[in-house]
Write a protein that binds this ligand. Structure first.
Ligand code: LLP
Length: 421
């Protein structure tokens, strides 16, 4: 459930009519709902009641300071994957003991940064990384809590570009080698091995791959404990999918996921961490775009929007579906017709949807892409020198611009021309 509903024939974000925001900031823009972010976080947090846990929001999904602050104030932790994300999390008020640092290629500088600023744990993904972190921690005279990310070789049954738990993927160490790797890491100075980490992919629409991976982690917990490791924390990653197409069967709910987690890993007595990103932010955001032209082509009609693949790259990159709805509610009985919905960028890949059934729309009308709160703004670029689009946060009947649109002058001023030119 989200908080983008039609009221009096107009799409609202919570209690704010979407056209009011368009009048203030111009299209295109992203809008996020505080109520939806809150609801989704609480579904996980309350769903895990009964086991010690921390919901560590994967901020790669949406890292705007205002979004982070909403979650920080709810008591969330955060999963970061770069020095930049760590700095953003700190700036939003997350204390080090609520920040988990993941990622397959952490640099020496990033390690030093998080050790100085404080970190809940670092999830290690390879032996060279363990050795480097040990060296950095020991040189600073500190000991850092760590887990090792295991690769369980489980098929997440998702898009190949976002599956991470098969043996051919770059992530983690093969679970079959875990015992030998834990023996090595436990002996390294500066590292305190607290648990095991796993993350098998994103946009999973079935609980079974999670269940298979978590069962393997539970067996590994028993084996490692028998070998003397004090395994007391399990980081189960993120990955639960969201309903992108309202017409399709809905994926499992966070409450179902949490029940499964409690059933499978509860008996270990470990503290549980989960790292949901998409499920918290995805349906908490829409991308609102204006129609520039309706163009008749050879055998097909095009809706040319003022947003493009640089603003929302998911359709071009993964062939992803986003529901696209008019901001003005279609009247009952109106006839729908197929359109190719495209942006103004000079390549054919700049296509959001092909032959999508739409009610009649005209230049100047607004449309909204649903489920755009995760991996939307964060993956945008200024390709074609199209300024990054504004982000807006709604709270009940208020809205605020949480990232303004840069001017052309600001964009140009970032380039520096050498003196010899
Ligand atoms: N934890 C780790 C270690 C991850 O790599 C990821 C996502 C997450 C948590 C959060 O996963 P989520 O709950 O959001 O599924 N750009 C792609 C998604 C990439 C996900 C990468 N890792 C997309 O637009 O679909």
């Amino acid at each position: 459930m989200d908080h983008f509903l039609y009221r009096d024939g107009i799409l609202h974000a919570e209690d704010v009519p979407v056209p009011d925001i368009a009048a203030a900031v111009g299209s295109p823009f992203y809008v996020y709902s505080t109520a939806t972010l809150t609801r989704h976080f609480k579904l996980f947090d309350e769903g895990l009641d009964g086991v010690p846990h921390l919901v560590c929001y994967a901020m790669k999904a949406n890292s705007n300071q205002a979004v982070l602050k909403v979650l920080e104030q709810l008591g969330a932790g955060v999963d970061v994957v770069s020095g930049g994300e760590y700095a953003r999390a700190k700036a939003a008020g997350f204390s080090g003991d609520r920040i988990v640092f993941s990622g397959v290629g952490k640099t020496r500088e990033e390690m030093r940064q998080v050790l100085e600023g404080g970190v809940r744990q670092i999830n290690l993904e390879s032996e060279p990384e363990m050795r480097l972190l040990s060296e950095v921690a020991a040189s600073m005279g500190v000991t850092v809590p760590v887990t090792v990310r295991v690769n369980p070789d489980v098929d997440a049954k998702t898009h190949e570009k976002i599956a991470t738990g098969k043996k051919e993927n770059k992530f983690g160490i093969p679970i079959a080698r875990a015992r030998e790797v834990y023996a090595e890491v436990a002996a390294l100075p500066g590292l305190d091995v607290v648990g095991i980490d796993v993350h098998i992919g994103s946009q999973l629409t079935d609980l079974q791959p999670f269940r298979d991976a978590y069962n393997l982690v539970v067996s590994l917990t028993e084996q490692l404990r028998a070998e003397g490791h004090d395994i007391r924390r399990l980081d189960l990653g993120g990955g639960l999918g969201i309903p992108y197409e309202r017409s399709n069967a809905a994926p499992p709910l966070p409450t179902d996921y949490c029940e499964m987690v409690k059933e499978v890993v509860g008996p270990t007595g470990c503290e549980v961490e989960i790292e949901p990103g998409r499920l918290i932010a995805g349906n908490a955001g829409i991308l609102v775009s204006g129609v520039i032209f309706v163009k008749s082509g050879e055998g097909r009609d095009f809706l040319i929007l003022d947003s493009a693949m640089n603003d929302l790259i998911r359709p071009a990159m993964y062939g992803s579906h986003h529901d696209i709805v008019p901001v003005k509610e279609p009247v009952a009985g109106v006839e729908y017709a197929p359109y190719d919905i495209v942006g103004p960028i000079c390549e054919s890949g700049d296509t959001f949807a092909k032959q999508r059934q739409m009610p009649p729309v005209a230049p100047g009308d607004l449309v909204a892409f649903r489920s755009a709160g995760a991996y939307g703004a964060v993956m945008s670029s200024e390709y074609n020198t199209r300024p990054l689009i504004p982000e807006v946060l709604v709270h009940e009947d208020q809205f605020a611009v949480i990232r303004p649109r840069p001017s052309f002058d600001e964009i140009i001023a970032r380039d520096k021309v050498p003196a010899w030119l």
